[in-house]
Every structure is written in structure tokens, then in C-alpha cells.
Ligand binder design. Sequence first.
Ligand SMILES: Cc1cc2nc3c(=O)[nH]c(=O)nc-3n(C[C@H](O)[C@H](O)[C@H](O)COP(=O)(O)OP(=O)(O)OC[C@H]3O[C@@H](n4cnc5c(N)ncnc54)[C@H](O)[C@@H]3O)c2cc1C
Length: 449
Amino acid sequence: MGTRVTVLGGGICGLAAAHRLARSGAEVTLLEGGDQLGGLGTFTPWRDGWVERFYHCVMPTDDDLLALLGEVGLRESVAWRRTSMGMVVGGRHHPFNSALDLLRFTPLRLRDRVRFGAVSLLLRRLGRGRDLDRLRTEDWLRGLYGDRVWDSLLAPMFGSKFGAAFGDVPALYLWQRLGRESNVSVRGYPAGGYRTIIDALRRSIEDAGGVVRTSSPVTRVRGDGSVLVSDEVFEADRVVSTLPLPALRSIADPALAPLLPDVRLAYQGVVNALFFLRRPLSGHYWAPVVRSGTDFDGVIEMSALAGPFHGRHLVYVMKYTDRESALYREDDARVTARWTKQLVGLYPDLTSADVEEVRLFKAPFVEPVYPLGYLEHRPPLEVAGTPLLLATTAHVYPSVTSWNSSVGLANRVVALLDDAVRGPGSHEGGQVEGATDQVLQGGGDPHRG
Ligand SMILES: Cc1cc2nc3c(=O)[nH]c(=O)nc-3n(C[C@H](O)[C@H](O)[C@H](O)COP(=O)(O)OP(=O)(O)OC[C@H]3O[C@@H](n4cnc5c(N)ncnc54)[C@H](O)[C@@H]3O)c2cc1C
């Protein structure tokens, strides 16, 4: 009989872990609370197809994800395209892709444009060998770019991700992200959308004898490896939890709760509207929106990457925000109406008649707001004295949260379980930590926005 493993959460991390475990002979049961698998990569039905609720793309450097896609026969289904970036500042649109674009970028004074370009080119090198994990992003970037660039561009642009706390986030996080992104970059999108990946993983788990249950919210996790869904009990030798740590804490048995890692991270959530437009917008895959009178901070024109969907152009606009914020709590219909007006106001050629439909989606736990020195405080994957393993976004730092980093994390957890079941050395590539080295060599993955 194989080791019995219960996997909590059916986002990409739980699915990847369950797939690998089931394929290596474990008896896997995956429990997902929602009625769909995919977590932050779930879908909304539209016409006779499905569309991601939140924009997603694959990067060419997503090695762990691409390897997983290879295992389920989908690697070749990713279509790659060169995408471009725009920038909207004070309501004016600027392309932001080349040295010439930068030279013409009037929101900055000429000398700041030159400085911006030079520092950006060197940023990767400037960070090498420095303890960026303990350096505030603001302290680092203000010093390099100067006050004006920081105040007028960088703080609003990247601050949209972490809110007021952005300046306090370790510079390492941003360095990781910028180092692997370029303004004109190749991005990928799987044929048939992300749902094809989810479906293929589910099939793989079930074909290997695993059980996948949706609409099964876990209500209790105990320190002995048993898990409750209402009054149904699931016993296992090991439990892998991919739930955000605050969610796990809220359902942990009183005996288990004190054993969980004592990291109390704040999390950014997101409010994200999906527009079905009758016409394209700008052709830029993404455009940060700065000081333009909108509540949202960025526009993602997904059709620039994935092509139109049933003749409609898919555009996402988003604001990362705390789940307790007024915006997050505001009525969906009001946000939708206001953001539609704002989007139409932002693009001179767009009229409300071009907007066929808008759907609003929110997620409470998208990204932990990492504190300084987090490399040392990242929680371990194993909860000592229990059969519980953790694989959450709190563990992927300094990598940017993404499908790739979640798959990489799932691999690490599976390697640990392999060691426990079959002894150390039973898997390949077992060395899983050492993030600092990885960072200094440019590891990690960029992603969003
Ligand atoms: C707006 C936006 C844009 C993004 N863009 C990209 C992109 O372009 N490329 C990219 O790679 N990544 C992108 N990401 C990030 C990516 O979606 C996440 O990093 C990734 O999906 C995290 O996967 P996960 O499995 O770790 O967590 P999640 O997807 O959050 O999965 C956790 C699962 O646990 C379930 N759960 C919670 N509580 C319970 C419970 N009590 N019982 C059972 N189940 C429970 C949830 O329903 C969920 O399905 C984006 C995210 C957002 C929000």
C-alpha cells in the first residue's frame, strides 16, 4: 500500500503536488473547497468557452511549469508571442519599450529619462552581491534613480502591488522581478486557456488512482494527519496544505495551531475586472496606470497575447488591495460601473457601446507583503512533530508568486515526502533551499503585470 497523502487546496500548487505524488505511487486525495479546480487560475464561463477570472501568462523562464506541462503533454500547446508595454501617466498614453520610447517619455525630465535608462540597464549588476533582502526597496531605488523618478513613477507604479507598504518590501523581491522582465518580452499562453492545464492534471491524478474532490472545504486539520470536511474524516500518513497560512490557521485544531509557523504576514488581495470589448484597446499587453484618475492601477490587454476570444477582446483592469479595504468590500456592481466609466475615459477611441460585458472578481490572498530579512524567516516546509507539510505563497519568496513558483514549491514538497518514504536521495535535484545562491545567480521568476 502506498503512503496516504491528503492534499489541501486544488490550485496549481495542490494539483502539481497531487499529480507528482499520485504518479510516484502515493494514495492521494485532493480536497478543494470551491466548485472549480485552479485556485487563482479558475475560470468564468463565457459563450461556449471558459475565460480566466484573473489574467495569466507563461514566461519562457518558467522551467518548472513547462516541465510539468511536458509531463501532461501540453508543453507544445503554449503559443509564444512578443508583447509590448505601454504606460499611462496623467491620462496620457506612452509606449514604453525601447530607448527611443524612453527618450520621448515626457512625464520625466530629460535628465531623469537618461538616468532611468542607465540605472535600469545596470540594476541587475548593481544588486549583485548586496544583501537586498535586508534593504528597503525605497531606500535602494530612491538612491539609485533619484527622488523624482521614485516619487513620480516607481512608487505609484510598483506600489500598486503592495500598497503603502511597498517601500518597505525587501529590494530583493523587486530585483528578482525586474531582472527577468524586459519591456518587450515574449510571453506564452496555452491553447484552450489555463483550464486545459487544470483538466489535464486532474485526469493525470485520477488515472493514477488518486481522488479529486471539489466543493469540499476543509473545516478542521488536526496534528495527527486527519482532516475534516464537515463531519467526514480523511485519515492519511501525510497532509500537504497549500492553503494561505491565515486560512490554515483558522481551521487548525487547537493542538495543531501552536505548532504552525509563527509568521504573521499581511496579504494583498486583488480586485480585478474583466472586460469583453468589441474592439482592441492599444495592443500593449500591459500598461501601468499612474495618476490618471482611475481606481485601478493597470490594464492588461490579454487579446494582445492570446488573440480575441469569440470575436471579443479581453481586457483586465486591477487594483491590488487589502481584503479589508473599502474598495475590496464595495458592492461589485458599483465598482463595475465606475471602472467601466474610468476605462472608457482613459482610452479616447473607446465608447461604452464597445463594452459588451464586464465581470468583477476578487481574491483575498494573492501575495504576502514580505518583511525585511524574510529569507531567514520563511517558514519551513515541514511542521515539526506533525505529518503536515506546507506549500504556500509564504514559501515561494524571493521568487515572484506565479504558477511556476507554485509548481517549483510542489516539487520541493514532493521531494521531501519521497525522502521520508523512500529515504534521502530517492529523487533527483533534492537540494531545494539555498535561495540566496539562486538569487545571486539570477534565479526566480518574474511575472505579473
Ligand atoms: C490578478 C492575478 C494575476 C496573476 N498573473 C499571473 C501570471 O500572469 N502568471 C502566473 O504564473 N501567475 C499569475 N498569478 C499568480 C498565480 O495565480 C498564483 O501564484 C498561483 O495561482 C498560486 O497557486 P496556489 O495553488 O499556490 O494557490 P491558490 O491558487 O490560491 O490555491 C489555493 C486553493 O486552496 C483552496 N482552499 C482555500 N481554503 C480551503 C479550504 N478550507 N478547503 C479546501 N480548499 C481550500 C482555494 O479555493 C484554492 O483553490 C496571478 C494572480 C493574480 C491574482
